[in-house]
Design a protein around this ligand. Structure first.
Ligand code: TGC
Ligand code: FAD
Length: 386
């Protein structure tokens, strides 16, 4: 029998362990996220306790090896992202920023002492990290960053601002990328460091169940042990973005699946002109197109996951996945919203929440335009960024 939400039977292509992880995360989302997330979105907040619960679930940095991390496959991590984002993009964002940006950054580019100090606590959800790359005047072009760090004796002194930073005021440690005489370098800035403050960004109409902040660095003095020793150019932060973008490829399929599910359910019970609206050809065409997009996105994510596990996933392939799946998810969410009619604009249903969240997802981690240009450069060998 055809399963509406897994029309192409992707389930059969998963290993038992992957299915178990997927089911565990799905159950967690059903129990801890879905009953509350409409209210969190409405109130513009995300409870700090959720981070500990996600730590207990084992999804924080789950694809990293050692230091208290689960060391799962990339595919298993992707399946977790799919289920988390079927709950809300804000929850997947929290997990992405923690595991793929902050923890990966320390794991890949940090010293042994930095790994020992931060990774076990971050995996357990006892410490939160954020990742400061974007600035008020430097978004798609991070190479134009103004935040700078200069040596002063044995110390470093940082000045500048970071903008739109997920988990900013929640974080115990910020990974801050700064221009230095030696290239772009990363620094671990613990919360409470003198001169380091955060301001939350309010009035967001997207990703409301997520904290987004400005980071302000005024003469922040750090010891030399705060620098990520192995990262010496923009390649440092961009390598972290590959990891987070990979999670988004899966997550977008999850948000789309949630919208499809809501639309199918609604279309079977909402009666107009004497029959369920799901019985009209126009609505069935919409549902069929949505199901196609959800399934195609999931198959693409799985394919890229298998490539990543084989160590063969290239950044331009990640760009194609992020571009394709987020655009598909946005289309699915917008169509679902129409199928739900007036009910589609309320938080009683998940659809407009996902639709609005996806407007952030299509912008962060490289806009759709940036990913088109990455693909274009790979196709032609001509860089059209500047
Ligand atoms: P370019 O000159 O091409 O490269 C500079 C250095 O970086 C290397 N590199 C990469 N390394 C790893 N992975 C990649 N994807 C890489 N792309 C480039 C490159 O080899 C070079 O290395 P080296 O050793 O020679 O120095 O850089 P560019 O200045 O031309 O920029 C390229 C561009 C535009 C693609 C890049 O800057 C970009 O991706 N821009 C978008 C910025 C972005 O995505 N920001 C995201 C901020 S974090 C965020 O949004 C978190 S949201 C929360 C959540 O995830 O949920
Ligand atoms: P801009 O770069 O100013 O782009 C504006 C428009 O111009 C876009 O449509 C873009 O596609 C287009 N454009 C830019 N360059 C080109 C070009 N060369 N050719 C054609 N078109 C172009 N950043 C972090 O560092 N850490 C975080 O944790 C983080 N979390 C975020 C959370 C949220 C909710 C949001 C919304 C953003 C977050 N960001 C974070 C920032 C995000 O990465 C940036 O918003 C994104 O990289 C785009 O930068 P920008 O907003 O400055 O847009």
């Amino acid at each position: 029998m055809t399963t509406p939400l897994d029309f192409l039977s992707v389930d059969h292509a998963l290993a038992d362990e992957e299915r178990d992880i997927r089911d565990t995360v799905r159950a967690f989302v059903g129990e801890h996220v879905l009953p509350e997330v409409g209210d969190w979105f409405d109130q513009g907040r995300i409870p700090r306790e959720l981070v500990r619960e996600l730590g207990k679930l084992g999804v924080l940095g789950m694809h990293l090896q050692g230091y208290g991390c689960a060391g799962t496959s990339a595919t298993a991590y992707g399946l977790a992202c799919l289920e988390l984002e079927a709950g809300d993009s804000g929850i997947r964002s929290l997990v992405s920023v923690q595991g793929s940006l902050a923890m990966y950054g320390i794991h890949r580019w940090g010293s042994e002492e930095q790994k020992q100090e931060w990774l076990p606590r971050m995996a357990a959800g006892e410490a939160v990290g954020c990742f400061g790359l974007t600035e008020p005047d430097s978004g798609s072009d991070p190479g134009s960053m103004r935040t700078n760090a200069r040596r002063d004796g044995a110390d470093w002194v940082l000045n500048g601002r970071k903008m739109w930073i997920t988990n900013g005021s929640l974080a115990d440690v910020a990974i801050v990328w700064a221009r230095t005489d030696e290239g772009v370098r990363g620094f671990l800035v613990p919360q409470g460091t003198k001169g380091f403050t955060t301001n939350d960004i309010h009035k967001k109409l997207s990703l409301r169940a997520s904290i987004t902040s400005e980071l302000v660095l005024d003469d922040v003095r750090l010891p030399s042990s705060a620098i990520l020793p192995e990262a010496t150019s923009l390649r440092g932060p961009l390598s972290c973005l590959n990891e987070a973008r990979y999670g988004i490829i899966w997550g977008a399929a999850g948000a789309a699946r949630a919208c499809l599910e809501a639309a199918i359910d609604y279309s079977k019970t909402r009666v107009q002109f004497g029959k369920p609206i799901g019985g009209f050809q126009l609505q069935q065409q919409k549902l069929a197109t949505m199901a196609l997009e959800v399934n195609r996105a999931t198959v693409l994510a799985l394919h890229l996951g298998r490539l990543k596990d084989a160590g063969k996933l290239r950044p331009e392939q990640v760009s194609m996945g992020k571009l394709g799946n987020v655009n598909s998810a946005l289309e699915v969410a917008r169509t679902a919203r129409q199928i739900l009619g007036a009910n589609g604009i309320t938080l009683e249903y998940p659809v407009i929440r996902h639709m609005n969240n996806l407007e952030s997802v299509v912008t962060y981690e490289g806009t759709a335009d940036v990913h088109s240009l990455v693909i274009g450069a790979a196709l032609t060998g001509i860089d059209a960024f500047r």
